[in-house]
Design a binder for this molecule. Structure first.
Ligand code: NAD
Length: 483
């Protein structure tokens, strides 16, 4: 380890989930580590945690949880015998609560850096040739750091579409949609992806009339299609008007309204909204990141090109998280960050890209890991399926929360679990059991032989696994085979 203040064993650019995990793990492994991040909070103070903690996963979950409580109080309390007076939403307090949660977590990352000896630099990091990083602070002069290894973790930014230019007031991206100070009466959302559905849910629960315009004809094409069908029906009942095959052609601010024109297979339509959220995907954020001679290459879609171990084309330069191939999920980036740190330390860590869980935090939640039936049919692999509905699960019934199913898909020959698909209460938590099972190459029978506590939501996973062999207890047996 060098004593020179500008020399480090590892320099990480980006302090989001992928970058801060990499930095902390490097420091834990005894490396002199720096992390450069340029984010500023609402008070223009440097802040760690990236999009996830500041403008993504965490604040959106704070709003989802708060709005879900409101929805329960409105529509559910009466059924279970709780009487309330007239309910109302104090949005200022909702937002203040969200801000406190974010502050706690971002402050936590700063404390972890300090505790582990990671040196944080507030400013923009640019990779120069020769493993040098130029750091331009928010105020003052740039300095150049030198690292034996560099890890790039700059994250991603929302995709802009020219037909709906974000103005930050009436037309907003996912960040702006977390910051409304009044509940829009009519809310338009472009894109029925994860962000569109989560943010659409929040504002629908608070009373917005939500219309979601999705260009594709399929709803949640990446998920199990039975679950996608059921989810669309439920979300529609919850007040989201989801229009598929609806390609937005223009969005224009006129006075205090946004006029949106879209086209479906039949004709053109015009709608008027108080606010419009553009949620059409995210793209790798590489602006100003690389000097021309850095040696790092981009792939044809603009992601930093890396191999399975997150090594770029330049020796000793790695890239992790949303800026590289694979799903844009915080936990995938975290794992890549830890893998790179451990590989730098000489360990043989790998990321199992076949066991990355996906979650959509609607209600009910949707979560899955591994292959869908549709994918297996396409590839011609023979498989068996067991499924079990929450409507027959005692714990779900006791909680009056019975929408959804668990589906276990296993290899027809070996019975090894190939995928698990859940829609239901706490699907985000339940999916971890499936990931563990898959990481240990479990068969559906293995899961069936394990004892699950009663009454729990997890029993639906158990029953679905038993269902693969045709012997779920709380279901009329019907063994289903597919070739
Ligand atoms: P997405 O890719 O999931 O969905 C965007 C949708 O917009 C697509 O279905 C696309 O067909 C549609 N679209 C694109 N252009 C359109 C147009 N002109 N008119 C109508 N529809 C159009 O993207 P997202 O929801 O913005 O999310 C971005 C990324 O962030 C994703 O990779 C997602 O996985 C990640 N994310 C994950 C979570 C989570 O894990 N819960 C939460 C938020 C975001």
């Amino acid at each position: 380890m060098s004593d020179d203040n500008s020399k480090f064993d590892v320099i990480v650019i980006g302090g989001g989930p992928a970058g801060y995990h990499a930095a902390i793990r490097c420091a834990q492994l005894g490396m002199k580590t720096a992390c450069v991040d340029k984010s500023l909070d609402d008070d223009d103070k440097p802040v760690l945690g990236g999009t996830c903690l500041n403008w993504g996963c965490i604040p959106s979950k704070a709003l989802l949880d708060a709005s879900h409580e409101y929805m329960k109080a409105q529509h559910h309390f009466g059924t279970i015998g709780i009487k309330t007076g007239k309910l109302s939403v104090d949005l200022k307090q909702v937002q203040a609560n969200k801000g406190e949660i974010v502050k706690k977590l971002t402050g936590g990352v700063a404390a972890l850096f300090q505790g582990n000896g990671v040196k944080a630099y507030a400013g923009s990091g640019k990779l120069l040739a020769g493993r040098k990083v130029e750091v331009t602070p928010h105020k003052g002069k740039a300095e150049v750091l030198e690292g034996d290894k560099i890890i790039l973790a700059p994250g991603s930014v929302p995709v802009d579409i020219s037909v709906a230019p974000v103005d930050g007031k009436l037309i907003v991206d996912s960040k702006g949609a977390l910051e409304f100070d009044t509940v829009p009466k009519k809310l338009g959302v472009i894109g029925a992806g994860v962000i569109g559905l989560e943010l659409g849910s929040v504002w629908a629960r608070y009373g917005s009339e939500v219309t979601v315009l999705e260009a594709l004809d399929d709803f949640l094409a990446m998920a199990d299609q039975r679950i996608a069908r059921d989810a669309k029906k439920l979300f529609t009942e919850q007040g989201m008007d989801i229009r598929l095959g609806a390609r937005v052609m223009s969005a224009e601010v006129k006075g205090r309204q946004v006029k949106v024109r879209y086209k479906d297979k039949d004709e053109e339509h015009e709608l008027s909204f108080d606010k419009l959220i553009v949620a059409v995907g995210r793209m790798p954020y590489t602006e100003g990141l690389l000097a021309q001679d850095s040696g790092v290459n981009l792939d044809e879609r603009g992601f930093l090109y890396v191999n399975d171990y997150c090594e770029t084309d330049a020796p000793n330069i790695y890239a992790v998280g949303d800026v590289v191939r694979g799903p844009m999920l915080a936990h995938k980036g975290m794992h890549e960050g830890v893998m790179v740190a451990e590989r730098i330390a000489g360990q043989k860590t790998e990321v199992n890209y076949d066991a990355v869980p996906s979650v959509i935090y609607t209600h009910p939640e949707i979560a899955w890991v591994g292959a869908t039936e549709e994918e297996l049919k396409k590839s011609g692999d023979a498989f068996n399926v067991g499924s079990f509905g929450f409507s027959a699960n005692g714990r779900a019934l006791a909680a009056n929360d019975t929408d959804g199913i668990v589906k276990v898909v296993s290899d027809a020959e070996t019975d090894r679990i190939l995928g698990v698909h859940i829609m239901g209460p706490q699907a985000s938590e339940l999916i971890a059991q499936a990931v563990i099972a898959m990481e240990f190459s479990a068969t559906a029978e293995d899961l069936g032989l394990i004892m699950f506590a009663h009454p729990t939501l997890s029993e639906s996973l158990h029953e679905a696994a038993l269902g693969v062999g045709g012997h779920a207890i709380h279901m009329i047996n019907r063994k289903k085979r597919n070739k």
